[in-house]
Design a protein around this ligand. Structure first.
Ligand code: CTP
Length: 221
């Protein structure tokens, strides 16, 4: 199988030395890429700026901004069987980053923001029946409701929701706990565990979903 994984944050420039970003460390996405490779798949990992080594045997494409990540995903998505978007893409970017460093003496800058492209929503519009797309939902509250909203709005097969308000899981931590919502209504819990194990379980659950989807397609024909 061809597996495409995204990981880490994106950075959106304010001026040549400043950016907006988020606390994503990339650990969850890198763990998914490593687990998929160990399971025998061909894996491409599109990574925002993180301090992690490339997983062995995985092609790594490094990007900085949401626009670059979108372009990198678009170049590879058609040939993938499974896409897992674990990246924490910045939702907003300064409309016109300053060309020169903003000076303190000029006071707090007034920044006009614009939305970044929603990568998953954009590529999921052209998802084929054989492809499986899985998103991640980073939530601090209303986890189930928000994750299910994103699952439908972005036309996904699955979304793995994690709580990013707690220090022992989610952003930056070595551990995570996931609730995986599937398009066929199934819900699977992955209790608090290492990101390496959470990645393995997620891939196993996605494979089980792919089997369910295939058998449904047979009945529909
Ligand atoms: N995502 C994306 N492009 C964006 C924002 C998010 O592809 N511009 C993807 C993420 O990689 C993730 C999923 O969409 O797989 C959900 O991301 P999340 O940040 O949880 O949700 P948002 O859609 O940004 O919504 P909100 O900020 O309101 O929670």
């Amino acid at each position: 199988m061809n597996v495409l994984v995204t990981a880490g944050p994106t950075r959106e420039a304010i001026d040549p030395v400043r950016f907006v970003s988020n606390r994503s460390s990339g650990k969850m996405g890198y763990a998914i890429a490593a687990a998929a490779r160990r399971a025998g798949h061909t894996v491409c990992l599109i990574s925002g700026p993180v301090a992690l080594p490339a997983p062995r045997g995985v092609e790594v494409v490094r990007v900085t901004t949401a626009a670059e990540m979108l372009a990198a995903v678009q170049r590879r998505v058609r040939s993938c069987d499974l896409l897992v978007m674990a990246a924490a893409v910045a939702d907003w970017r300064p409309k016109q980053p300053a060309r020169r460093k903003l000076k303190k003496q000029d006071g707090p800058p007034r920044i006009t923001w614009e939305p970044t492209p929603d990568i998953l929503q954009t590529v999921a519009q052209r998802k084929t029946a054989r492809q499986i797309f899985c998103g991640f939902a980073a939530e601090t509250h209303d986890l189930a409701r928000e994750a299910q909203r994103k699952l439908r709005a972005k036309n996904l097969d699955a979304i793995a929701a994690n709580d990013v308000a707690r220090a022992d899981r989610g952003f930056e931590a070595d551990h995570n706990a996931l609730t995986i919502f599937f398009a066929d209504g199934c819900v699977r819990q992955v209790g608090w565990t290492t990101k390496a194990r959470a990645a393995r379980v997620l891939l196993r659950e996605l494979a089980a979903y792919a089997d369910r989807k295939k058998s449904e397609n047979i009945f529909e024909k």
